[in-house]
Design a protein around this ligand. Sequence first.
Ligand SMILES: Cc1cc2nc3c(=O)[nH]c(=O)nc-3n(C[C@H](O)[C@H](O)[C@H](O)COP(=O)(O)OP(=O)(O)OC[C@H]3O[C@@H](n4cnc5c(N)ncnc54)[C@H](O)[C@@H]3O)c2cc1C
Length: 395
Amino acid sequence: MDLTPTPDQERFRAECRAWLTENLPWEYGVGLPPLFEDLAEEVEFLRSWQRRLAHAGFVGVTWPSAFGGRDATPLHHYIVQEELARARAPELVGRIGVNLVGPTLLAHGTDEQKARWLPRILDAGQLFCQLFSEPDAGSDLAAVATRATKVEGGWELHGQKVWTSYAQFADWGLCLARTDPDARKNRGISAFMVDMRAPGVDIRPLRQITDEADFNEVFFDGAFVADDQLIGPVNGGWGVSGSTLTHERGTNPRQLVIHTQLLDELFRLADERGLAGEPQVEQALAQAFVELRLFQLQNWRSLSRLQHGRELGPEAATAKLYWSEMSQRMHRTAMDILGDESSLWRGASDNPGDGRWQRSWLYYRAASIFAGTNEIQRNIIGERTLGLPREPRPA
Ligand SMILES: Cc1cc2nc3c(=O)[nH]c(=O)nc-3n(C[C@H](O)[C@H](O)[C@H](O)COP(=O)(O)OP(=O)(O)OC[C@H]3O[C@@H](n4cnc5c(N)ncnc54)[C@H](O)[C@@H]3O)c2cc1C
């Protein structure tokens, strides 16, 4: 492995660690993340956290300094993620902007578009969402049916998106819409930045299995999108979306962060319940420990490629498949350790974690669906890594 840190990287780690020790909101120092009564309250809290983290220079470190980054290497980014994990810091509320929309704009935006949107992404001054999936276009994203029709000075959107995370808090959404209905499926799509507060945009939250509503249906009824909000060429949206999806599936330090913390908590929970020495629990914890270590090694392999300026290949699909199944196994172990209490919810007495374990277990059912389902990841591994015969594609 060629990831031995340089003195500069060691210094950067020390700087990041010292800042976190000084500034981390006290609630996150130990235990599972705090529960908020209200999602809006949580979003506000996390926005102010991201603002402080960004102003200290620890968000988007690989971005160009002209847009608030540090021109740093992928290894620097990885160091920040490791330190956030070590400090048990909360996830970025603006992660869709930082991890998906920002890199897509860097790759495909004009200079004006970069100057317009990038600076407010890192400090969560504006929040962004991803308007890709539709009721009949999820795994088969090329089937998007939302239409963008050319009008004077821009485009008019009609159609429906679904599963749009954090749309109700977003200022802008990166949207795929069909601009040429006669072209072959993926050739007639364009990408737009949509003002989520514009007339003709209707956002309806969807209540999830966790009893929360962080994703939404979004309806467009004639919403206007100006010409300068087109990202990339007309009918070139498929290439733009490819950049977004590569970033969504490609790098997983965030999941390493979350699951490293989760394993610590699993050990603590087993200890507290006097089950740490029980053979089945011991075996499940050892298994989780080994899987997390393997996931770390997969991350290092990807990091090594990125550090050498190479693109991630189909191994991104292996990593997504691996961590999502690892996560679901770890959560199942948590439920086994909780035993009868696993069926309790918030507010119940004698419920370790006051429902956080149960919420996390339910939430991570989604891990094998979002960012491309595990069946799709298996197709990618089969076709592009193992060279198995390709699934016939519809014309
Ligand atoms: C928590 C969460 C957050 C999300 N956030 C966003 C967001 O912010 N923005 C956004 O655009 N989308 C978002 N999504 C949507 C997500 O990308 C889609 O759910 C996902 O791509 C699957 O699409 P689908 O739900 O339409 O399922 P379908 O594509 O309808 O699939 C249904 C089932 O069929 C299987 N299947 C489909 N095609 C194949 C095939 N070719 N081979 C084998 N099996 C197949 C699938 O694996 C799945 O089991 C989110 C989803 C979740 C769960």
